[in-house]
Design a protein around this ligand. Structure first.
Ligand code: NDP
Length: 403
């Protein structure tokens, strides 16, 4: 497994391809394909500048399965790293199956006409990947991705069981814009405006979007308001840790972000139903995404840190009773930009995508079928995280969060 094909040419892809090029012993041949080839060429030029490594570029509509099949065959990729949008997950998985290539992504499939993140569509591919002797690794970003690995590391080294889990995602960076999203605006706004859901006593509890919140003091950022949200790793964490009584996901948002989003929602700009505009069907959210700043352009102006981690409470492995541990990473926007030309939200996603790919091409993580991060040994991934720019820390807390 040595030739990789990365699909998508946004901020996450740019970081991932930079980091692959910096590890050319693991990734000796890198291909990059996306819908707009000029974006691939810009990334390839930046990578060449920073590392001296050549990246081959291609144009592809990843939703066209026959075209994807031809491209994977042409470049002889043994692994396809999908860093396009969640809508392309299934067609890319279909193409991988047809050619016999392994698959990795960072976000689970969602249908275009419904903002619903669920693993069921991709889990349904398990037998086909298994029968083909291929591996698909789902959600190798930060959240999902590192948050799942953090949780399983705690379960391997600190806790026998997990009773309560809170994932806390804080982007304390300031990009200097009135309103912008740090990753794809369409996917980000669909996620944030969907109802909140958390796992409690064996079932999903739904609350209206952005209604439940609490302040939390994030190291290297300060106190920020964190909002209860649904996030896709809750589904796999609950599946692979059936003892969990409550699992929740919290993300911080500033007052300006909430103010703009509320207005945009109130006037219908975040809708995903097509409307007729000057004789043409348009989707308001896609139009909004087209006018918002592109995430990959925010790198230069974004200052501050991200702080993302997991607080887990459960029975200690050493038999000392119930314990709570907090494991997290702090990432500097400025340092991420200096190293790869991208801000920390792209960096914290692109680095784990590269590490997941490294685990697969080196055969450190292997399997036949469709897998979530929770099913893999966390240790080699955690070791590489620190080496690759995302150091983590773990500390014991007095008890679980009090909200
Ligand atoms: P961007 O919008 O910046 O980039 C997406 C890229 O995919 C663009 O280059 C786009 O091309 C390309 N693309 C879209 N449709 C197609 C298609 N049909 N065929 C080929 N290429 C296509 O997104 P980001 O880089 O911010 O995010 C990338 C992915 O990472 C998303 O799926 C996002 O959900 C995920 N993510 C995961 C996180 C995690 O922690 N797990 C966190 C953040 C993001 P074009 O330029 O022509 O539009």
């Amino acid at each position: 497994m040595s030739k990789v094909l990365v699909v998508g040419a946004g901020g996450v892809s740019s970081v991932c391809v930079h980091k692959m090029a910096m590890s050319s012993d693991i990734f000796p041949e890198i291909h990059l394909a996306s819908r707009t080839k000029s974006k691939c060429d810009s990334i390839a030029a930046a990578v060449k500048d920073r590392t001296g490594v050549e990246v081959a570029t291609h144009e592809i509509d990843a939703e066209e399965v026959p075209a994807m099949v031809n491209l994977i065959k042409k470049v002889e990729a043994s692994l396809v790293v999908n860093l396009a949008l969640p809508y392309q997950d299934l067609p890319i998985m279909d193409a991988c199956l047809e050619v016999g290539a392994h698959y990795l992504d960072t976000a689970n499939y969602e249908p275009k006409d419904e903002a619903k993140f669920e693993y069921k569509w991709q889990w349904a591919y398990h037998d086909r990947f298994k029968d083909a002797g291929l591996m698909a690794l789902l959600g190798s970003g930060f959240d999902p991705g590192v948050t799942s690995v953090f949780t399983m590391w705690l379960k391997k080294h600190k806790l026998k069981t997990i009773r309560q889990l809170d994932i806390l995602d804080c982007n304390g960076g300031d990009h200097g814009q009135a309103f912008a999203t740090n990753f794809n605006p369409e996917i980000n706004i669909r996620e944030v405006t969907a109802p909140a859901r958390h796992w409690e006593n064996g079932e999903w509890v739904e609350t209206p979007a952005m209604q439940v919140s609490s302040p939390f003091d994030f190291e290297a950022v300060g106190t920020r308001q964190a909002y209860l949200m649904y996030h896709e790793e809750l589904e796999s964490l609950a599946k692979f840790n059936p003892e969990i009584e409550r699992a929740r996901f919290w993300m911080t948002f500033g007052d300006e972000y909430i103010k703009h989003l509320t207005v945009l929602q109130n006037v219908g700009m975040t809708g995903i139903e097509p409307i007729l505009y000057q004789g043409k069907q348009i989707i308001p959210l896609q139009f909004l995404a087209a006018v918002l700043p592109k995430p990959e352009t925010l790198g230069e102006t974004t200052k501050g840190n991200t702080n993302i981690g997991v607080i887990a409470t459960g029975e200690a492995l050493d038999g000392s009773g119930e314990k709570t541990f907090y494991i997290n990473n702090i990432c500097s926007h400025e340092a991420a930009y200096e190293e790869t030309g991208n801000q920390a939200v792209s960096y914290t996603t692109g680095v784990p995508a590269m590490i997941g790919a490294a685990m697969m091409v080196q055969g450190v993580w292997s399997g036949e079928g469709v897998f979530n991060m929770e099913e893999m040994d966390p240790d080699p991934f955690m070791a590489m995280l620190g080496e690759q720019g995302l150091p983590w820390q773990v500390k014991e807390l007095d008890g679980p969060v009090d909200f």
